[in-house]
Write a protein of this length. Sequence first.
Length: 75
Amino acid sequence: MYTSDSRVSTYQIVSVRRHVTSIQSAFSVTSERLWLYTSEGPNWRYPKLIVSAKRLSTAVTTYAASHPRPRPVAC
């Protein structure tokens, strides 16, 4: 993951949970984690997909690398 202060962090996925109906487990986390939390369907009523990752490293990178030019694609 790139940050606006020209750093890059590398993460390792530690779990993938499908069909989650409650985020209660997020409140018991005791260490640093990156969570991707997204819906499995078209609206909020559908279960969620949660991907959890731990940070492996952080390094300084170039401004250009951490601020790429957007290249939108019309679908």
